[in-house]
Design a protein around this ligand. Structure first.
Ligand code: G3H
Ligand code: 13P
Ligand code: ZN
Length: 327
């Protein structure tokens, strides 16, 4: 068994100067595609489930699919991580056996309204106390990442919700989180930017400033899908209607990794790969009706896209860096 905590993985990533993708999963094919990419590139893996994913797949199904990955790939260290948890979701993830949780205290319980700093500190501290007592790592968030945090879609411009570097120092000191998600202008989902992002919409300088003040805190970039043009084209070529959009260029993520980013969250790119591959297959095989026929190319394209990210983030070749927590 090679389950590891987020702390272990990010500490090793810091030593090695690389980043590690946090890849969202909802079903078997996504997990298989990501695990095959990890085998191909010899990478450690962070499998992460949102509250929506746990609800969609059912807690037990999803957890046991991830455990199956752990059994099937004994040489790949795997973090089982709760993505964007409420306090309740984090505690239940710890109880289920996840090795890491993200408490998203940047919003109130309604999951929409930006929370006061004191609220965020308090709820994060409570989760840290519960998780750390059970050997589980915690990621916190300060500032508002667009998209999921509805009504505060950053994309092109608004900077009011960016992470304040001085507050970040205070937040880490008061909460004791293992990793900190920072808001730097990215947003979740496919529509992030209406042009290739530059320093006016993607605030990489914030990362540099925060890292200067918190050199030993692992920083996390959310909303970091690159939304490749070729996946947009693939979907649209086969009947899709994705409007022209730009994601976070891989070279910007690499700059972040040079300045303390250790975890890079990617979900949308996997979704685009699956949709593109299925659309292509369906269009070329209108007679097809066996789901295995179109899910297989979808899984293969997930592997291809994720393997490219693993190489770009630098985690490839590092599967051997870790000591499993159960050893
Ligand atoms: O944080 C956003 C992730 O892409 C998860 O999205 O809540 O639709 O599963 P979801
Ligand atoms: P994307 O929508 O850019 O893939 O971001 C995913 C994410 O941040 C999950 O927490
Ligand atoms: Zn996120």
């Amino acid at each position: 068994m090679a389950l590891v905590t987020l702390r272990q993985v990010l500490d090793e990533a810091q030593k090695g100067g690389y980043g590690v993708g946090g890849f969202n999963v909802n079903n078997m094919e996504q997990i298989q595609g990501i695990m095959e990419a990890a085998r191909e590139t010899n990478s450690p893996v962070i499998l992460q489930a949102s509250r929506g994913a746990r609800k969609y797949a059912n807690d037990k199904f999803l957890y046991h699919l991830m455990l199956a990955a752990n059994e099937i790939y004994p040489n790949i260290p795997i973090v089982l991580h709760q993505d964007h948890g409420s306090k309740e979701a984090c505690l239940s993830a710890v109880d289920l056996g996840y090795t890491s949780v993200m408490i998203d205290g940047s919003l109130l319980e309604d999951g929409k309204t930006p929370s006061p700093f004191e609220y965020n500190v308090q709820v994060t501290k409570e989760v840290v106390a519960y998780a750390h007592a059970r050997g589980v790592s915690v990621e916190g968030e300060l500032g508002c990442i667009g998209g999921v945090e509805d009504g505060h879609g950053m994309g092109d411009g608004a900077s009011d919700f960016l992470t304040d570097p001085d507050q970040a120092v205070e937040f880490v000191k008061q909460t004791g989180v293992d990793a900190l998600a920072v808001a730097i202008g990215t947003s979740h989902g496919v529509y992030k930017f209406t042009r290739k992002p530059d320093g006016e919409v993607l605030f990489m300088d914030r990362i540099v400033e925060i890292h200067k003040r918190l050199p030993n805190t692992h920083l996390v970039m959310h909303g970091s899908s690159s939304v490749p043009q070729e996946l947009q084209d693939l979907i649209n070529q086969y009947g899709g209607k994705i409007k022209q959009t730009w994601g976070v260029p891989v070279e910007e993520i690499q700059k972040g990794i040079q300045h303390g980013v250790r975890k890079v969250n990617v979900d949308t790119d996997t979704r685009l790969a699956i949709t593109g591959a299925i659309r292509k297959y369906m269009s070329e095989h209108p007679e097809a009706f066996d789901p295995r026929d179109y899910l297989k190319p979808a899984r293969e394209l997930v592997q291809q896209v994720i393997a490219a990210r693993m190489r770009a983030f630098g985690q490839s070749g590092h599967a051997g860096d870790y000591t499993p927590i159960s050893a």
